[in-house]
Design a protein around this ligand. Structure first.
Ligand SMILES: O=C(CO)COP(=O)(O)O
Length: 370
């Protein structure tokens, strides 16, 4: 919730409390008081409902949602409705209902502010150009077989090579493990030999696409101009981009990493609409840590993730607080807990360690336990 919404919420609560005072002092008629309470209650529940819907769409913490929202509604509303006028007069029932809503809204706000892990937690595997199709399907099946060893609050995504997508999607059908591609074409269709369009990927059942990976920028000359077109294709076909940013060793040593990442974000992410931005995942992958066994320290990762969130906030406001920012670069089961404990590290984009089901899943156990 933005502060503007909080002010709106606080205003409604204050108005109903004021109306209650006026009513108790018999200064306003009952219908004015009840109308105000109904408005307050309706607004509060609508606001909470939007939040629940948003969290459900991100498949977050179903039990948390149940205890905090559904249960109070299930208990409070029928209880208040079933009381007869002799037991509790109607005005007081309205007041109690509005107060319940207001208290829950405050509790929600406190949890929201305190809980640093409300963002979607993601562990995505970038298989790169590894495994043959049958091996890829076997890897997917193995991940699926033991997936229940990891909290359902962790979202697993696998990104196999194009040739494996059909088989892997089939192997994972009915599970909550999602599939992404490692790239897509910048054009929608036509004479582009060797390219695979976003529409083709979506038709197969892909939900994500990795864009702007440093290997694509470095070996295939992908520029921000190309990436803008690829992002547009992804969104036009309902794919969620996992947009990669990160500096190379030379840039890190010259202390230019903040500028490099800023440019990569400004030239592509800043062109998105708010609705597109809300569907975007960012991955910070320092090139010097990819496949080298050299990981950024948790402090280095947090520093730049927080910086990325700040520049996202400058353009998209509070929506940036919901954007998952993943770390990638020699992430493995042994270092994931330290990295994922950091406030702005919302998961990982995993290369080498994603090729072993046990390691990939073990990385998912690296999130702080609540
Ligand atoms: O590039 C990566 C993921 O996209 C990271 O690769 P590694 O985990 O093998 O370093």
């Amino acid at each position: 919730m933005t502060s503007g919404r909080n002010i709106w919420l606080a205003g409604i609560c204050a108005a109903s409390v004021l109306a209650a005072g006026l009513r108790l002092g018999d200064i306003v008629p009952g219908w004015v008081f009840r109308t105000l309470c109904t408005l307050a209650l309706g607004t509060i529940w609508l606001r909470l409902g939007q939040q629940v819907w948003h969290r459900l769409r991100q498949r977050q913490r179903p039990w948390f949602l149940f205890w905090n929202y559904a249960l109070p509604v299930l208990v409070a509303i029928p209880t208040l409705a079933s009381l007869s006028d002799d037991v509790v007069p109607v005005d007081q029932r309205f007041l109690a209902a509005a107060a319940t809503g207001a208290v829950l809204a405050c509790i929600y706000r406190l949890i929201y502010l305190k809980n640093k892990n409300m963002r979607k937690k993601i562990v995505a595997g970038n298989w790169k150009m590894n495994t043959l199709p049958a091996e890829g399907v076997e890897l997917a099946e193995n991940i699926r077989a033991d997936r229940n060893q990891v909290c359902s609050c962790v979202n697993f995504i696998v990104c196999p090579p194009f040739t494996h997508l059909g088989g892997v999607i089939e192997a994972l059908r009915g599970s909550d493990i999602e599939v992404g591609a490692q790239n897509c074409a910048a054009e929608d269709k036509g004479a582009y030999t060797g390219e695979v369009s976003a529409a083709m990927l979506a038709a197969l059942g892909c939900r994500y696409v990795i864009l702007g990976h440093s290997e694509r920028r470095q070996y295939y000359g992908e520029t921000s101009a190309t990436l803008n077109k690829k992002m547009a294709q992804a969104f036009a076909n309902g794919l969620q981009p996992i947009y990669c940013v990160g500096e190379n060793l030379e840039e890190r040593e010259a202390d230019r990493h903040f500028d490099v990442v800023k440019t990569q974000i400004e030239e592509v992410i800043y062109n998105l609409t708010p609705a597109q931005f809300a569907r975007t995942v960012i991955a910070y992958e320092p090139v010097w840590a990819i496949g080298t066994g050299k990981t950024a320290t948790a402090e280095q990762a947090q520093e730049i993730h927080a910086y990325i969130r700040t520049i996202l906030r400058e353009k998209f406001g509070a929506a940036a607080d919901e954007t998952p920012i993943l770390y990638g670069g020699s992430c493995k089961p042994s270092n994931a807990p330290e990295l994922f404990a950091k406030e702005d590290v919302d998961g990982g984009l995993i290369g080498g360690a994603a090729l072993k089901a046990a390691d990939f899943l073990a990385i998912g156990k690296g999130f702080p336990q609540k």
